[in-house]
Design a protein. Structure first.
Length: 590
């Protein structure tokens, strides 16, 4: 390894150590419990160090006296004390460990719910879950298991060697010679173990994401006869983890015999040389037994010290990933109290351009939505309609410069980016083609985000959404469980629940994103009545392909490849815009 590589490796190790300390500090663990646990563990280690010395005196005394049970008293008492102290230390470390992992998961969860939507478009939900569960568990193990064991092992090894050198330095050298050999073998294997561990954690995150996606779309899997296909895809990921596990197993199968051989050589050397010293009366039998007891105590502790680097290598990837995630910028929600009423002011796009991963989607858009009016966005799929709505909801902001200037999304005479995000979103009602329902009751879903809403207000919202009748016909009414993602309800029922949610929010700005696209004609007619009622006295933006939804809009914007190629009423566009007329005539809008 070159000097540059060594410097880089040392820098990376220091950086990861800093990340670990920062993460643990961020969880605000009970430091007094951690310190007390460490102190008690050190007392337990110290008691273990005294045990061989007491055994030495007992054996040497028995060489000249008859055996007496009372002579075992101090030894038994010290054994008991060491056991009690060890138990107390383990409990305290366990408490702090569970506290660290709980607080770290709370911190991560808070970060997740405040990250911008763009993060979740780039990262699978399974990967996020893996960070929340698997990586935090590894960090807990370092803080409350690996590190305390390492410190206790260092104290045990250091104390034992001091005593062993005092007892017989020649015999101690036999042990000392083996330690550098052990570390030279363990270090490169530890680095390889860390690399494999990182790959394993990434593989687990990938498997989590894949399994979550397939299980949540099991209806599609069944209807497409895709069981064999998904079985093979799942098996490939599981086999990948198996292969990584086998690489780790091969490393362990190399490490453990090497450690066993080294330790066996040490033991045989000590027994051979020590036995010769006893025969020559240079060393007493008690001293020799004490020496062996120290040896049996030191050997596993040397293994612990030597393997600590391996354990740290395994957790480095998890530490870095969690630390980097917590450094991401969160959405700044700001004050929840409204400062602008979105149904009273115009909303304007001024030279707005936008792209995903530097791929342009919107090009220099300029238009204004006047308050209290209904606007429709229509056009070919992939033209940018949903992206425009996402910018209005402030999931994204203009991000491509035109003439060295970023476009602006304005509310009245104010740049929207300067307004409170929380009060902005609390004024928006959103109804989509596939509305997400949470696992829970109908009431939970209607009042989602409005926890103080009363049952009376929920029934009123359901009635306005033409949903009260079907809810009353269910066995448990508002307490009816909707199932995962609302699968216990029909598409029309889910849509009515989403509309009731919008009624309950009483939004100033209403966004309908293909709100009736997946419904049959009869259901759509009923839903349309509820939507018309919901649109009253609100600024409304509609993205749709169906003429029934958009033909009464005050203005229609035709969007093609991120540009506005036509605007006006239905009649005006039908007369002047060839592609719009083609859409209507071919019943793409109907």
């Amino acid at each position: 390894m070159t000097q540059s590589q060594k410097t880089h490796s040392t820098h990376s190790l220091n950086k990861r150590s800093t990340h670990l300390r920062a993460l643990i500090a961020q969880t605000r663990p009970s430091y007094w419990r951690l310190s007390l646990g460490l102190f008690i563990s050190l007392l337990s280690t110290s008691a273990s160090l005294v045990l061989p010395l007491i055994a030495q005196r007992l054996i040497d005394r028995l060489a000249h006296q008859t055996f007496s049970l009372s002579a075992l008293g101090p030894l038994a008492l010290l054994f008991l004390l060491s056991g009690v102290l060890s138990m107390m230390g383990m409990y305290l470390f366990g408490y702090v460990g569970n506290q660290i992992v709980a607080n770290l998961r709370k911190t991560l969860w808070a970060k997740y719910v405040h990250l911008p939507l763009s993060y979740f478009t780039d990262h699978s939900s399974g990967e996020s879950v893996s960070r929340l569960i698997n990586d935090t568990t590894l960090i807990k193990d370092v803080a409350t298991s690996y590190l305390p064991q390492f410190i206790s092992a260092v104290v045990m090894v250091t104390g034992s060697f001091v005593i062993l050198l005092w007892m017989d330095w020649h015999l101690t050298l036999v042990i000392l010679l083996a330690i550098p050999v052990t570390f030279l073998v363990m270090w490169p294997l530890g680095r390889l173990m860390g690399h494999i561990s990182k790959l394993t954690q990434d593989g687990l995150a990938n498997l989590n994401g894949y399994a979550e996606e397939v299980l949540s779309n099991m209806r599609l899997v069944k209807s497409a006869n895709a069981e064999a296909y998904e079985k093979n895809r799942g098996n490939q990921r599981i086999d990948g983890l198996f292969n990584l596990g086998m690489r780790e197993t091969r490393l362990f199968s190399i490490i453990n015999p090497i450690m066993s051989i080294v330790m066996m050589v040490i033991i045989i050397g000590v027994i051979s040389y020590g036995g010769a010293l006893v025969r020559q009366n240079v060393m007493t039998s008690g001293t020799f037994v004490a020496f062996l007891l120290y040896l049996f105590q030191v050997v596993p502790q040397i293994t612990t010290v030597a393997s600590f680097g391996n354990q740290m290598q395994r957790v480095n990837g998890a530490t870095t990933r969690v630390y980097d995630l917590l450094q991401l910028a969160s959405e700044q929600l700001g004050d929840r109290h409204a400062t602008v009423a979105l149904n009273k002011i115009p909303l304007t796009f001024r030279d707005v351009s936008f792209g995903y991963d530097k791929r342009p989607v919107l090009h220099n858009l300029n238009f204004t939505f006047q308050p209290g009016r209904v606007y429709a966005l229509v056009g070919p799929s992939g033209g940018g309609k949903t992206t425009i709505l996402s910018i209005i909801e402030r999931y994204y902001y203009p991000n491509i410069r035109q003439a060295d200037k970023l476009g602006r999304f304005m509310a009245g005479d104010q740049n929207v980016a300067s307004l409170s995000l929380s009060q902005w979103r609390q004024q928006i009602g959103y109804v989509a083609q596939e509305n997400s329902l949470i696992t829970g009751t109908i009431a939970d879903n209607v009042r989602y985000g409005l926890s103080n809403a009363t049952d009376e207000a929920i029934w009123s919202a359901l009635a306005a959404a033409d949903a009260a009748n079907f809810v009353r016909q269910t066995e448990h009414g508002l307490a009816t469980q909707v199932g995962e993602s609302g699968l216990k309800l029909s598409g029309g029922q889910r849509q009515r629940i989403a509309i009731a949610r919008a009624f309950l929010r009483n939004p100033k700005l209403l966004i309908l994103d293909e709100a009736t696209a997946s419904l049959d004609s009869n259901t759509e007619a009923h839903i349309q009545v509820a939507l018309t009622r919901l649109m009253h006295d609100r600024t409304t933006l509609i993205s749709a392909h169906r003429l029934a939804t958009v033909q009464q809009a005050d203005e229609i914007l035709f969007i093609q490849q991120g540009r506005i190629t036509g605007r006006g009423t239905h009649a005006q566009l039908y007369r002047t815009h060839e592609l719009y007329r083609e859409f209507v005539d071919h019943q793409i809008i109907k």
